[in-house]
Design a protein around this ligand. Structure first.
Ligand SMILES: C[S@@+](CC[C@H](N)C(=O)[O-])C[C@H]1O[C@@H](n2cnc3c(N)ncnc32)[C@H](O)[C@@H]1O
Length: 304
């Protein structure tokens, strides 16, 4: 088990589901850190875990097998996995999603998520056919610029895209180390974060279709009843999607902005937004686990 793996906002997650009973879906099981804490802290719940990473799933299964029939897991994307569980008519009292990559994935050099990895992969699901190496070596200038702008939030990615295109004209970029070096060696001035951070973020999001998956996951949960949902995200693009969706779900009036008078009945809220402001880690948690520093947790409760 990865010693660096510490589940983020763990007390807050356990507190959030402290009054739940019945089935909780841990949509991003990872190494099962949150599931373990939840099963230990609340004897009234059972958990079904979902993860698209089979390696993580196997480790979590071993770690949580002593809970017997209180724990089970499925290999799936969370958008499809949650739909499957809902279609089985299971009553879901809570859903947790701690989106992003796990310490296990970052620290495993074969997975290609870190700057110094000898691989350029970044797939969470090793069954998937698109990896970072394929994108970096085959996407056109326009395609690279688009993902660096949209997913890396880089205003003008032309210079970095050019570096990649120039390099790959002579030989393919085979490793994450090679890619981060190309960027680092050609970045002038000191940056607070590694100069390749946003490029790696963009590639990871593209490889794993992360934002679309999150949107589909939210689409598939929005008709639940009497369910609490908590989502932890690690960058602004994901947080914005969650924030906006919870805001929409909590709206009573769903009339078009242009109408003079409400025509919708003004009673369309699906539930209550439980966190007007996101819950963030304490200074103590950040000191213990620096990776938690950008985490934001938002919660929503669907009406009965
Ligand atoms: C931050 S980790 C979760 C760590 C977990 N909460 C724990 O305490 O061990 C995120 C996990 O979610 C998985 N994941 C991310 N996006 C996913 C998706 N769209 N569908 C299924 N699993 C996903 C990743 O493979 C990773 O294992």
């Amino acid at each position: 088990m990865n010693p660096n793996h510490i589940p983020v906002l763990c007390d807050e997650v356990c507190g959030f589901f402290a009054d739940s009973s019945g089935l909780i879906v841990d949509a991003t099981l990872g190494l099962g850190g949150h599931s373990l804490a939840l099963l230990e802290s609340n004897p009234k719940i059972k958990i079904i875990g979902i993860d698209k990473d089979r390696e993580a799933l196997n480790l979590a299964n071993d770690r949580l097998s002593h809970f017997g029939d209180r724990f089970s897991a499925i290999h799936s994307s969370f958008a499809i996995g949650i739909k499957k569980i809902i279609n089985e008519n299971k009553e879901i009292s809570g859903i947790l999603a701690d989106i992003g990559i796990s310490s296990y994935q970052i620290d495993n050099p074969n997975r290609g998520f870190s700057f110094y990895s000898e691989n350029l992969d970044m797939r969470m699901d090793l069954d998937s056919t698109i990896d970072a190496k394929m994108i970096v070596n085959s996407y056109t200038k326009e395609e690279l610029n688009r993902i660096f702008m949209e997913y890396g939030e880089i205003k003008n990615p032309n210079n970095i895209t050019k570096l990649i295109l120039d390099y790959r004209r002579n030989r393919p970029i085979n490793t994450a180390k090679e890619l981060s070096n190309i960027i680092e060696l050609n970045t002038r001035g000191k940056t607070k974060i590694h100069p390749a951070t946003l490029i790696f973020q963009a590639l990871r999001i593209e490889v794993n279709n992360e934002l679309e998956e999150l949107e589909r996951f939210l689409d598939n949960t929005e008709n639940l009843k009497n369910t609490k949902i908590a989502i932890i995200s690690f960058h602004s693009l994901e947080d914005r999607i969650v924030k906006e969706r919870f805001r929409l779900w909590a709206k009573n009036c769903i009339c078009n902005e242009n109408v003079m008078k409400c025509e919708c009945g003004n009673n369309n809220a699906k539930g209550v937004n439980l966190t007007k402001k996101p819950i963030i880690p304490s200074a103590k948690e950040i000191a213990l686990n620096n990776r938690s520093r950008s985490a934001k947790m938002r919660g929503f409760r669907f009406y009965e």
